[in-house]
Design a protein around this ligand. Sequence first.
Ligand SMILES: NC(=O)NCCC(=O)O
Ligand SMILES: [Zn+2]
Length: 566
Amino acid sequence: MAAQNRVLIQGGKVVNDDCSFDADVYVEDGVISQIGKNLQLPGGVKVIDAKEKLVIPGGIDTHTHMQMPFMGTVAVDDFYTGTKAALAGGTTMILDFIIPKRGQSLLEAYDQWKAWAEPKVCCDYSFHMAVTWWNDKVGEEMETITKERGINSFKMFMAYKDVMMLTDAEIYQVFCRCKEIGGLAQVHAENGDLIDECSKKLIALGITGPEGHAMCRPEEVEGEATNRAVTIANRANCPLYVVHVMSKSAADVVSDARKQGKVVFGEPIAAGLGVDGTNYWDKDWRHAAGYVMGPPLREDTTTPAYLMDLLANGDLTCVGTDNCTFNANQKALGKDDFRKIPNGVNGVEDRMSIVWEKGVHSGKLDENKFVAVTSTNAAKVFNLYPRKGRIAVGSDADIVVWDPQATRKISAATHHQAVDFNIFEGQVCHGVPVYVISGGKVVVEDGGHVMVTQGAGKYIPRKPFSDYVYKRIKVRDGLLQPKAVEREPYKGPVIDLNAQPQEEPKRVAPSIAAEFENRPISSRHGHRDLHASGFSLSGRQVDDNMGNTPHKRVLAPPGGASSIQF
Ligand SMILES: NC(=O)NCCC(=O)O
Ligand SMILES: [Zn+2]
């Protein structure tokens, strides 16, 4: 019998973000130990036939919320079903968010999330930390979280007013702190105040259905907040990662910022690339509610293709999912008020196929770019590279054998997620993971047979000051240090603000002649010169006593005096 810890992937094409080549890949004890042809191998090796298939790094989902307590309920896909589904779809690592309650210690929240994840995760995982409130203690804990718990990314919410939203001043302070400790600042960019105001108005108008969710969060609400976040990050010289870029407006802000050389990254998600916001107007309430997430999907049906174009040209960087799933009976908490529909959609299982179908099959991405946006870029941004995100000797054996020609139809009836709904229902995608290897173990076999082990995934700590993110920031920090001007101290008098106020000298109205003298030269000819600054259409004019001027009512106008009496 073949040893479980020795796997040979034979006859495939290895695809990294920067090159593709034909080679066999040999895995031993959880890492890639040889790549090439005619490898010298020990006995007892499990052989996988990868002819006409691509051998790619396992996907990294940069944005998940497994079993997240949210809006009065808990996301139904937990760290078991969520990571099982991830593996089934070719994703071998997730980055989930720890979201402390307001007032809760970050370290305590870390322990809580770790305890939830550890016994259940089937694939490797890491955490981002949300900063939902702010004081000096939170700032101190951010450093401990980074140095001792291996978290280098911190998310701020600009939405969810009175729950998780921070003010601009707080965001600035957290960004400054992130920069000091080598963290990457992340934002959920939506204007929470405007959402709050507008949603109250809609409810008052009797608009209570899921369409109200989209109406109170139009594109400009996302675009404005994205621009604000970019501005604040630039003032703090802190790198910024905008999670779930859902609109053209927000994507353009990220794109422009990058053109200006700012260290900004944008993350589209599978939902935003695969479906649009017209679903909020569906007559079936459950269907419409199934798409409710924040920021919402956009009614403009050209948005998904636009986001894919920006992914293709490098303006957007990593594809996540924001996987945060709720069943029909949970969504129904908001059946009479869209503000109470738990926000969140699926994606963790279908992300790779959606990107292949909409990106590669459509001719926008090549296979290398596909790898870049589904794993390598994430590994670089979040400091996991080249342990993750690359097929190379020494890298973790998280590998997918990908069949670019095979197709599969997405359905809630067949997916591995716990949720009873799938936003991509019925879509047929090219690109199927036929084998998935996680930590050196085969967890998906030909035919989509999934064999996972609860708790087998490892927690992957991440160091701060990721080179990919911080190289430019460090140089700029040196250049941008504010410097005072060296000058002699002022030695003249200083007004005494405590002295008794002196009586103001009486202001004497200047004579009309003096006013005339003070006019700009250009208007001293006496005519009213519209180009002269300071010209006034009201008040006294120098020609008031000079008889008729062309724009005065005259007693004998051309054409004779009017006989009409008013
Ligand atoms: N995005 C969403 O709708 N749900 C998850 C929480 C968040 O990221 O805002
Ligand atoms: Zn999220």
